[in-house]
Each structure stands twice: as C-alpha cells, then as structure tokens.
Design a protein. Structure first.
Length: 219
C-alpha cells in the first residue's frame, strides 16, 4: 500500500512539472512508464526553480521505487515457493497470483469451516443482500453489496473479476449477458464475483481434502 500511495503522489507531482519537462514524458501509459522516461531526462534541464526541485525529488523516488520493486519480486518468489509447498491450485484461477493466493490462504484458514458455498460468499462479502421484496411472491429483484464481508477477500475477487473480463472471453460474455438482463455494471460485477467465490472455495476444499483425505467438511 505504501508504494501505491507513493505512485499516486508521483502522478500528482508529475502533472505539476513545467511544460518543457512534461512534454517529454507524455501522458500515455501507467505512471511506472512515465517514471522510466523521467529517469532519462537531463537533471540540468533549463526550467524554473520549482520545476528543478520537483524533478530532483521525482528522480530520487525512481531509485527508491527500483529498490521497492526488487523487494516485491523477491517476496513474490518466496510466497510462490511457499504456495508450491502448500499445494494450492488457487493460482490456476486467472487473476489470482502469489500475493492474492497467500491472502486467501491466510484469511480463510481452514476452508472446511464453510460447509456451503453460500456461507463462504456471505463471509467474503459476495453474497448479495436483498434491497427489494420482489414482485408478489417472487424473489427479490434488487440487491446490494454486503458491507459486513471480509473486505480483503472481496478486493482479491474484484481484481480477479476485472482481470478475467479483460483476458477471458467467457468472463466478458457473462458480464455482457448480465447487462442485457437489466443489471447495472455493479450488479453484473457482483454476480461474477459470486461465481469466482464459488470456484475459489471449491479449489480450497479440494486442496484441503488432498492434504488431509481423512477429514471431511464441517456438518
């Protein structure tokens, strides 16, 4: 989170650079790309005192960020190795990398404490909460996010959903179909996160059974 906040600050400072510097960066791509271009700008460029100060601060941040990224990669490799030893298949789910898998394993603990998918969905904040009483004897029509769920896990599932929408045609088609059914973008996303939650807990159940075949789910 510290690096994320730092990059937000960098984006703000970059936008305040004088035109003669900003024009060399362009506004295309992520802030990391602009930082790479910034590293090659002449620190003695003719600019205002304020511009020179901001440029000096930003170029110092580049070195700090490189160190941070090396540490992040080292930790990811370490976590990847631990996940291999654990035997989890969570990383086989598109959008769930080493950090996300570790977050799930640590937050969930023993997955057998959830004996049904609906219980895990409620715990993870992906179980929809009804906002309407339906039509007559029908089911509720409108739902909202369950704010009592685990926000870390909800965030993991949200990122995985966005990643799958971008890279998997079936996920994009599912979200598009929900839109044609009259769902808002948030409602469609919520439905997809619920699908992901079901797949995640099934993977965790299977993994736990493989590690401890004599144990069964809680009644």
């Amino acid at each position: 989170m510290g690096r994320t906040l730092g990059l937000h600050h960098v984006a703000d400072q970059t936008a305040k650079l004088p035109t003669e510097i900003r024009d060399q960066l362009t506004s295309d791509g992520k802030i990391e790309s602009r930082l790479c271009r910034l590293a090659h700008i002449d620190p003695d460029i003719d600019t205002t005192p304020a511009g020179a100060y901001r440029l000096e601060w930003l170029q110092a941040f580049i070195d700090q960020d490189r160190t941070a990224r090396r540490e992040i990669r080292r930790l990811e490799r370490l976590i990847d190795g631990l996940a291999d030893r654990h035997g989890t298949t969570l990383r086989d789910e598109t959008g769930i990398g080493p950090i996300a898998a570790a977050t799930l394993l640590c937050e969930v603990g023993d997955p057998r404490r959830f004996d049904r998918e609906s219980k895990f969905a409620r715990w993870s904040g992906t179980g929809a909460v009804a906002l309407s009483s339906g039509e007559g004897q029908g089911n509720p029509v409108k739902h909202r996010l369950d704010f009592r769920g685990n926000r870390r896990i909800n965030s993991v599932l949200y990122i995985a959903s966005v990643t799958q929408q971008r890279s998997q045609p079936e996920a994009a088609a599912y979200l598009a179909r929900k839109a044609t059914e009259g769902k808002t973008r948030r409602e469609a996303r919520r439905a997809h996160k619920r699908q992901l939650a079901n797949r995640v807990i099934r993977r965790m159940w299977r993994g736990e059974t493989a590690r401890n075949p004599t144990h069964t789910l809680a009644a």
